[in-house]
Design a protein around this ligand. Structure first.
Ligand SMILES: NC(=O)c1ccc[n+]([C@@H]2O[C@H](COP(=O)([O-])OP(=O)(O)OC[C@H]3O[C@@H](n4cnc5c(N)ncnc54)[C@H](O)[C@@H]3O)[C@@H](O)[C@H]2O)c1
Length: 271
């Protein structure tokens, strides 16, 4: 039995990487999908941006896996655009059951070299954009009256330091705080709110060329390795492994879980 049969899920950052893995996994479990991605450069990341072709490819893969899909280019910081997408989706699907607030950016910048715009870009996409996503989409979930599951994508940086990314660490600590705050406020609507916090994942972001650059400096490399040292081999997860956890939180199988942070970090935070 498909665990999301008859349900509708919104996934942000769906053009590639983890967002694509969530889309394909949920499509295979019977969900119809609303896919959002900006497909453009929104921060000075060292890795290339997703493209409209990437989003079209996710749409094809999810359709092939059995979903009816509404895919749109939008920036998660743009409340008006997001509300437009949700209105269109409600007209088409009549309900919203799952939100995966996954879109985000990451890049390394030692704090003493970090500009105000580095800070502003990171906080605005990862934290404010996540808030804008939920502020635009949760009312449709409440109005449908079926309860629901919201999954925010945090990071090990939601609970510990990743050196040379103070802006990312602050944004992802904020994402976990938002998770907990909303779990309390949305419970009366039978909406569960949880966070999934990956360590490294084999995506464009996880294979950021900024990491080897950082490691060219032995002092910085040593500080990084002392702070970030996975137990499991390989030290980095696949997007599909993260998608399995998100699917569980999205489904009724996790019906007694809310306000929690599920850490998939291959052991980084154990020691
Ligand atoms: N890859 C990792 O190692 C890792 C580790 C921990 C957490 N995460 C988190 O996982 C999530 C997914 O990242 P990923 O690894 O798939 O990286 P990715 O770069 O492959 O995918 C991120 C997607 O988000 C989209 N996006 C970025 N800013 C956006 C905006 N303003 N509006 C709409 N879409 C936007 C991008 O276009 C891209 O398609 C992010 O929240 C990230 O912080 C990643």
């Amino acid at each position: 039995m498909a665990v999301l049969a008859g349900k509708v899920a919104l996934i942000t950052g769906a053009a590639r990487g983890q967002g694509r893995a969530h889309a394909v996994r949920m499509a295979g479990e019977g969900a119809d999908l609303i896919l959002v991605d900006v497909c453009a450069k929104v921060a000075p990341t060292g890795y290339p941006s997703a493209t409209p072709e990437d989003l079209a490819q996710t749409e094809r893969l999810a359709t092939d896996a059995g979903a009816t899909v509404l895919a749109t280019r939008a920036d998660i910081r743009d409340s008006g655009a997001l509300r437009g997408v949700i209105d269109q989706a409600v007209d088409r699907f009549g309900r919203l059951d799952v939100i995966v607030a996954n879109a985000g950016v990451s890049y390394f910048r030692p704090f003493l070299e970090m500009s105000d715009s580095d800070w502003d870009d990171m906080i605005s996409v990862n934290l404010t954009g996540t808030q804008r996503t939920l502020r635009a989409a949760v009312p449709a979930m409440v109005a449908a009256g079926n309860g629901g599951s919201v999954v925010l994508i945090g990071s090990v940086a939601s609970v510990k330091v990743v050196p040379f990314e103070a802006h990312y660490v602050a944004s992802k600590h904020g994402v976990l705080g938002l998770t907990r705050a909303l779990a309390v406020e949305l419970a009366e609507h039978r909406i569960r709110v949880n966070c999934v916090s990956p360590g490294g994942v084999t995506t464009a972001m996880g294979e950021d060329p900024g990491i080897p650059e950082l490691f060219a400096d032995p002092g910085r490399a040593a500080l990084f390795m002392a702070s970030y040292n996975p137990l499991l081999d390989p030290p980095i997860s696949t997007a599909e492994e993260i998608a399995d956890a998100v699917l569980w939180l999205a489904s009724d199988a996790s019906g007694s879980v809310t306000g929690q942070n599920l850490i998939l970090d291959r052991g980084v935070t154990v020691r």
